[in-house]
Design a protein around this ligand. Structure first.
Ligand SMILES: Cc1ncc(C[n+]2csc(CCOP(=O)(O)OP(=O)(O)O)c2C)c(N)n1
Ligand code: SF4
Ligand SMILES: [Mg+2]
Length: 340
């Protein structure tokens, strides 16, 4: 049977990557699969994509999707600055960064903070397993209080909630999901592709080798039992003409910058994803009950992204000829003259 083709006429092959070397059953593998599906379904040209990462099992995963894309595996925790540079050099790129809870919340927290407040156009996925998988399972800064390691050590440090932090810092699209929830994660990824600005997606992604036992709050069993969706996400890309049939009064429509429509069906009491304070309080309230809120937690579709704020020319800086990026000698002399 011939392979499916998407609206670009491409088969799924260029959207796939190398064979995974992660442990069988690792949540990160399921996330790679959803990234392949989302980019294929949305008809994104993989040659226009730059995939970025830091260091960790999670940061290895860009090797396992979008084989035809550009890739940069950065230093531990330094993916945000490399991604910012890439997007400033070529604003036509579509950037997807994959990080870990350690890569983001520990060594990379400073870079993460400034990426969020700048609203750099980039999809930033945290594959969140509450531990440093690659270095054999030590607690990371997202491990919950009372979480127990395989060797019996109990975490007594307060976790960083990357979604609450991202919202507070100015990220304009913030979502949380679970690697085992195919439908929700796929819809969130598709919506993030239509967003202009930073799209932060924290995905609970169990480490089956070091953090999937009783006592871990990032295990498959725990995540399944304590997932509280705040909205049901449906996404309609602007190129599809589908009539939507939702019960009036129960669904919010969010129009994305490219004309796509995001439908957030409220399954929790009056959830409004555009209300920043409400989003932060819902995250904290659910966490206090030992649960985690999933879905699109916050969205500000009209916020200017970093490239727009910098007022860059439309052509990618990387392709401009030298005479357009370097001021002529006369301009320099004029400046020097004005300083005398
Ligand atoms: C500068 C630097 N410090 C420390 C390390 C060791 N190191 C490698 S990966 C890692 C943590 C990875 O954890 P996380 O980002 O959560 O990814 P996971 O493996 O859990 O997916 C650490 C501390 C390193 N590679 N480089
Ligand atoms: S050690 Fe954990 S995070 Fe790393 S590949 Fe194995 S299951 Fe995944
Ligand atoms: Mg981790």
């Amino acid at each position: 049977m011939p392979d499916r083709i998407n609206r670009l006429g491409l088969e799924v092959t260029p959207y796939r990557g190398g064979k995974t070397t992660l442990c069988a059953g690792c949540g990160h593998n399921a996330i790679s699969e959803r990234i392949i599906d989302a980019f294929f379904d949305m008809g994104v040209d993989p040659r226009q994509v730059v995939k970025l990462s830091g260091i960790g099992c999670s940061s290895k995963s860009p090797a396992y999707f979008l084989g035809a894309a550009h890739g940069f595996n950065a230093v531990h925790g330094r993916m945000p600055s490399v991604g910012t540079g890439a997007m400033l050099a070529n604003r036509k790129l579509i950037a997807i960064g994959v990080s870990g809870d350690g890569d983001t919340g520990a060594i990379g927290i400073g870079q993460f903070v400034h990426l969020m407040r700048r609203n750099v156009p980039l999809i930033y996925i945290i594959e969140d397993n509450g531990c440093y998988g690659l270095t054999k399972g030590q607690f990371s800064p997202t491990a919950d209080v009372g979480s127990v390691l395989k060797n019996g050590i109990v975490n007594d440090l307060t976790p960083i909630d990357t979604c609450a932090l991202g919202i507070q810092l100015g990220a304009s699209f913030v979502a949380r999901s679970f690697s085992g929830d195919k439908k929700q994660l796929l819809s969130i990824l598709k919506a993030s592709l239509s967003h202009r600005g930073t799209a932060l997606i924290d995905v609970i992604s169990p480490c089956v080798t070091f953090n999937d036992h009783e006592g871990s709050t990032k295990s498959y069993a725990y995540a399944k039992d304590h997932d509280e969706p705040v909205d049901e996400v449906s996404f309609v890309p602007f190129f599809e003409d589908i009539s939507i049939d939702y019960e009036p009064g129960s669904t919010t429509e969010v129009r994305m910058h490219d004309g796509s429509k995001l439908y957030l069906k409220k399954v929790a009491e009056d959830y409004d994803a555009t209300d920043k304070l409400h989003a932060i309080s819902v995250i904290h309230e659910t966490a206090r009950r030992g649960e985690f809120a999933t879905g699109i937690l916050y969205i500000e579709p009209d916020k200017d992204d970093f490239v727009t704020l910098l007022n860059l020319v439309d052509e990618p800086l990387a392709t401009l000829p030298l005479e357009r990026v370097r001021p002529p000698r006369e301009a320099l002399e004029e400046i020097m003259e004005s300083l005398r």
